[in-house]
Structure formats: structure tokens, C-alpha cells
Design a protein around this ligand. Sequence first.
Ligand code: HEC
Length: 169
Amino acid sequence: MSSDNHRPDQILGHAHEADGIEEYDNKLPTWWLGLFYLTIAFAVWVFVDWHVVTPRSLAGEYDSEVAAALAAMPPAAKPIPVVIDAAHIAAGKAVFATTCVSCHGEKAEGKIGPNLTDATWIHGGKVEEIENTVFNGFVAKGMIAWGPILGPEKVADVTAYVHSLGGGL
Ligand code: HEC
């Protein structure tokens, strides 16, 4: 590098040539500068609009979407009063045959789940207690919460059936 071949638009102070590529301090093209200023203006606009004009955030968007989804969901089912008569007991027997025999046995005599025909109860043998057990389950003990699966009517029917088996208090 000798000062003889220095040209006025070359950058001084550091190597202006590497591997045959020379570096010049030329003016940037107008179109390039225009785009550059446009991106700055865009960033300012986004910042002002996002944080000042209509404040938004990803967390806020998430919260409002979750709230909308929850509002669109049907209300959670609750147990309904159990009616103990022949028709409901018969309906409950059908539910029991398809849903409960695998664990409680053909005649509710007990298998994986306990006997439901005697007066010995873990969680209580009153109608409401049985319905609560069936509806909410004791999941940690292996008894499924049937409320959300069967719905309140079938839970009430199968409760009437279980209560009628002889052990009901
Ligand atoms: C996957 C196996 C399984 C199925 C299916 C099942 N249960 Fe159970 N059930 C259990 C177990 C295990 C327990 C004992 C829970 C405990 O020890 O707390 C139980 C407990 C119960 C109890 C309480 C008994 C007591 O002594 O308090 C009732 C009532 C009952 N089940 C009714 C039903 C009905 C009605 C159905 C059908 C809708 C059903 N169960 C389906 C496993 C099952």
C-alpha cells in the first residue's frame, strides 16, 4: 500500500484491498437508502402501533383466545337428582352391563372394583354418595370419573341401579 495509488473515495485507516477486492467509500445508491429509511419508518410505526395506539402482546392474545375458547365450551355437567323407580333402575342396569361389569363383576359382586351389593362401603352407600363416587370417581384408586363420559342422566340411572342391589343405605 503506497500513498501513490490512494484515491479520494477510498476508505483510509484500514486495508482497502483484500484478495484483489478493493473497498471504496462510495455514496450509497438512492434506492438502497430509500429502502433503508423505509425499514426504519416501518419499525417506528410498528412500535407505536403495537405498544401505544392499540397495545397488544402475545400473552394478551393468548389470554383472549383462551377466554373465547372457554366461553364457547358447554357448561360443565353436574350430577342430577337420582330417581329410584323401575324404569330408571332398568336403564341403569343396561349402563352397568356395558360399562361397569368389567371391574365390578357381572352381578356387581366385585372384581377389580369392590362388591356393590353389600352394606360395606368405602365411599358411602347413600344415593348421593354413590352418585358422587360414580360421577367424580376416585381416579387414584382406579375408579374412573364417569360423569363426563356417561353424562348426568346415565350416572343417575346407574346410581339408582347400584343403590337397588341390596347394599344401598
Ligand atoms: C376400571 C375399573 C372400574 C370400572 C370400569 C368401574 N369401576 Fe367402580 N370402582 C373401581 C375401583 C377400583 C373402586 C374402588 C375405589 C376405592 O378403593 O376408592 C371402585 C369403586 C366404586 C364405587 C364405590 C364403592 C364403595 O365401596 O364405596 C362405586 C359405587 C362404583 N365403583 C360404581 C361403579 C359404576 C356404577 C361403574 C360403571 C359406570 C363403575 N364403578 C365402573 C373400578 C372400576
